[in-house]
Design a protein around this ligand. Structure first.
Ligand SMILES: CC(=O)N[C@H]1[C@@H](OP(=O)(O)OP(=O)(O)OC[C@H]2O[C@@H](n3ccc(=O)[nH]c3=O)[C@H](O)[C@@H]2O)O[C@H](CO)[C@@H](O)[C@@H]1O
Length: 355
């Protein structure tokens, strides 16, 4: 009988991208793959392109630490999700569950534990997110991306594997990116990425300083769903709401990157040796995980950091100037970094843990 694996994770691209890197390897090895995500989440759209994966939508609710009327109904949705995940897992009988985090993953991990199935978790950020923290007691191992994270987990559960990068991202073409954007090969390219959900403050500052930026750079701007501004369309400025297949070429052609400090995005830039100016999501809008991700990269000499509370038109241009001046130092530090082969490590851990 074929081996079976269930992937889960969702809510933002950051909670799906590692799964997308791993799934093709299991399919090629002849495993049957199912993905449990929320009925209408971004994960459904992202995983939907993989024809051989069975997508199972469950009811899910957000685990909020602030007031919202949905806090009244969401516990019922989560309970329903646990029951749906439990029922599917009992019938499909996978050999292992791989959970990437995000609120939809908690009912799946619990459903797996109730069926006595082995669960392996993956954490991308330096500090584990709430969903993963709730899931840790039910998992046999937790794969982590930053070495520092191992000490934040119960003894013997944390395994440092490094960043899992989708292999297609390493095979982009600068020429093809330049031609897709209608750019010239003779002027440097600045790639601005607001994270998978976009970033309003970064969009505002880039747009308010667009003419100054266009003097030195051609700008490709991933601005988030519904955030394109048609009135700014001009030579040397290309806007995308969200990219899928174009990502490898856009990364390949970038000379410098301005980005949020979502873990996957910054490790992708590190792997591709792209000097970065990181503007992490603020502590008021998150648990501050991006600030710690960014500070860890800064300490290792991979990036410049500008906190959102300090972000203004002036500080943005100053930080960009500093990035350009320090480009060769940042590149040297990045080249000295030898990343572990996380993909192979996670695959063999999953195969060895499968019942
Ligand atoms: C607001 C929020 O909660 N952000 C979190 C979310 O970020 P977010 O979802 O932005 O996640 P990451 O930056 O980690 O990863 C984004 C992924 O989407 C890809 N991509 C992005 C834009 C695009 O147009 N196309 C595309 O393919 C990137 O290449 C990358 O692989 O998960 C991260 C990983 O847990 C966390 O560090 C972030 O704090």
């Amino acid at each position: 009988m074929k081996k079976r694996i269930v992937f889960t994770g969702g809510g933002s691209a950051g909670h799906v991208t590692v799964n997308l890197a791993l799934i093709p390897h299991f399919l090629e090895a002849g495993w049957e793959v199912a993905y449990i995500g929320s009925t209408n989440g971004i994960e459904k759209e992202l995983v939907g392109v993989l024809a051989s994966v069975r997508y199972v939508g469950i009811s899910s609710g957000k685990l909020r630490r602030y007031f919202d009327w949905k806090n009244v109904t969401d516990p019922f949705r989560v309970t329903k999700g646990i029951w749906e995940a439990f029922r599917f897992l009992r019938a499909w009988k996978p050999d292992i569950i791989f959970s990437k985090g995000g609120f939809v993953s908690v009912p799946v991990v619990l459903g797996g534990w109730m069926n006595r199935l082995p669960v392996v978790i993956h954490e991308s950020d330096l500090t584990p997110g709430l969903a993963n923290r709730l899931s840790v007691p039910f998992a046999s191992k937790v794969c982590v991306t930053f070495p520092e994270t191992v000490h934040r987990l119960p003894a013997s559960k944390g395994v440092y594997v490094g960043a899992v990068i989708r292999s297609e991202l390493l095979n982009g073409s600068r020429e093809s990116g330049i031609s897709q954007c209608g750019f010239t090969p003779r002027k440097p390219v600045l790639l601005v990425m607001g994270g998978s959900l976009g970033a309003r403050r970064i969009n505002e500052v880039v747009r308010s300083q667009l003419q100054a930026l266009l003097t030195d750079y051609q700008v490709v701007h991933i601005c988030g769903k519904g955030q394109r501004d048609e009135s700014l369309q001009q030579a040397g400025y290309r806007q995308y709401e969200y990219v899928t297949d174009e990502m490898p070429d856009l990364l390949a052609m970038a000379d410098l990157v301005v980005s949020r400090a979502g873990s996957n995005a910054i490790f992708e830039c590190l792997a591709l040796r792209k000097p970065m100016l990181l503007i992490p999501l603020s502590k008021t809008a998150s648990r501050g995980d991006q600030i710690l991700n960014a500070r860890s990269f800064e300490k290792r000499g991979f990036c410049e950091v500008l906190l959102e509370e300090d972000l203004s038109d002036t500080t943005f241009l100053q930080a960009l100037k500093k990035l350009r001046e320090n480009r060769s130092d940042l590149l040297r530090c990045m080249k000295e970094d030898t990343q572990a082969d996380a993909l192979t490590q996670v695959i063999s851990l999953l195969k060895n843990t499968a019942s």
